[in-house]
Write a protein of this length. Structure first.
Lengths: 197, 245
């Protein structure tokens, strides 16, 4: 009996990314040992996220209401828009405290061979926002890989008719890394993106 | 068992938190799918070596029958970065990537396809007529895999003919095609271009200087043919069409 319900929990936990059978087992026994209050807290939070979370109707960030907390924050700079692939990217950029503008989430990146065409992403909605609002700069912060780069180039083309500055986040070496281990493409991009000091 | 070979990345798919499934066209094992641990992390030792089109020396590890060996090393031989830097070039190459993935079974060595693909990438990179390089690859690739349409003579009797019948994958003469509806009528120039592309080596096709019209006429025949075999158009071709509208 007990074996059955623990096994059940393990099977559910394995569905999470980065969790193998061993880790799932460890977590399951840890949960078993936790206070009832703590465990209920976890399960409530999980339920809530599924019941209440939705996409912001402006930027497609995760939101609790129609408009997300960033879009509805009046102290954000409405002239700058940062375009990202996924809502999770916003968390990382926010943590950097290097940006105080608004965001636009594409919910993916273009991939011709996988059939991910522009109409499958929130690109049209981005153009609508540019037409409607006082946006002066768009920062393309899609991933520095082939899909992200294609997406950035495609959007760059679409934005040409508009009077808006379009920038791309810098490429190059990660902080703390050693040049000795950089591959040729990364090194090349770092050289191209050098700046005067 | 550890395998070492040379490969070109055809496709990558995100897997789990920071992992990647990498599909290679290799010189010794044909198409190989492999699993790479954490390349999407900023400080991954794989760096940019797993991006599509990168040619590298790779090692992968797995039991003989495993469907997903683990990629243990990849050292760039040639990055083909300039193709990835331009959306329109990458879109063109996406078509031949997709075509290759559709026709080449996994783990079936095909050195000719490997060198054909590699040469096509070099041609596209070296400021060459890119549409010509793509159509050349498509035709030679279909020939190597046994799917090339017959466009130089009637596929039944060998007599002259200029009407293509997609359901038969060939040109048919008037006698052999009695009562059938032709899919397209070929100009004599297209037949000549097709013959040239089949005979000429990849390294020499830059000597052919076809007009834009001939190239697009031949392209549409070849695309119609592959569409018929696959029973659907290539996703990348649909993508390109969408952008050109
Ligand atoms: Zn929002
Ligand atoms: Zn005939």
């Amino acid at each position: 009996m007990a074996q059955g319900i623990i096994e059940n929990l393990i099977t559910e936990l394995i569905k999470l990314p980065g969790i193998g059978r061993k880790t799932a087992q460890r977590l399951a026994f840890f949960i078993l040992a936790m206070s009832e209050e703590d465990v209920k807290g976890i399960s409530r939070a999980i339920n809530e996220v599924k019941e209440k979370a939705r996409f912001c109707s402006e930027c497609f960030n995760i939101a609790e209401n129609e408009i997300c907390s960033i879009c509805s924050n009046s102290s954000r700079d409405r002239n700058k828009l940062c375009v990202v692939e996924e809502p999770s990217n916003i968390l990382v950029i926010e943590k950097s405290k290097g940006f105080n503008g608004l965001y636009h989430v594409l919910l993916g990146a273009l991939s011709p061979i996988d059939g991910v065409t522009p109409d499958k992403l929130k690109i049209e909605k981005l153009i609508e926002r540019v037409k409607k609002n006082e946006i002066k700069e768009i920062i393309l912060a899609t991933n520095p890989n082939t899909k992200g780069e294609m997406t950035a180039q495609y959007i760059r083309e679409l934005l040409k008719p508009f009077n808006v500055k379009v920038t791309r986040i810098a490429y190059g070496l990660p902080m703390g890394a050693d040049i000795e281990f950089a591959d040729e493409v990364t090194m090349n991009k770092a050289l191209e993106g050098r700046r005067e000091m | 068992m550890l395998h070492r070979t040379e490969g070109i990345v055809l496709r990558t798919t995100s897997f789990g938190e920071a992992d990647l499934l990498v599909t290679y066209l290799t010189s010794d094992f044909g198409v190989v799918k492999s699993f790479a641990k954490s390349p999407r992390k900023i400080k991954s030792r794989f760096g940019s070596s797993l991006e599509p089109l990168v040619q590298s020396r790779i090692s992968f590890w797995g039991k003989e029958d495993t469907s997903l060996p683990r990629l243990t090393q990849s050292d760039i031989i040639h990055s083909f970065q300039s193709i990835r830097d331009t959306l329109s070039y990458f879109l063109k190459v996406s078509e031949i990537i997709e075509l290759t993935l559709h026709f080449i079974p996994e783990r079936e060595a095909n050195k000719e396809v490997y060198s054909l693909f590699l040469n096509a990438l070099y041609n596209i990179e070296n400021n060459f007529n890119k549409n010509l390089a793509i159509i050349h690859y498509k035709i030679k690739f279909l020939e190597l895999t046994g799917y090339v349409p017959k466009l130089d003579a009637c596929g039944r009797c060998g007599r002259k003919g200029y009407c293509f019948y997609v359901a038969h994958g060939t040109i048919l003469c008037e006698t052999c095609s009695a009562g059938m509806v032709s899919s397209a009528r070929l100009s004599p120039g297209v037949v000549k271009l097709y013959k040239d592309l089949l005979t000429w080596d990849t390294t020499k096709i830059n000597r052919i200087r076809p007009s834009k019209m001939l190239l697009s006429e031949l392209s549409s025949i070849i695309d119609m043919h592959t569409h018929h075999i696959l029973t659907k158009p290539l996703k990348s071709s649909e993508f390109i069409l969408l952008l050109s509208e």
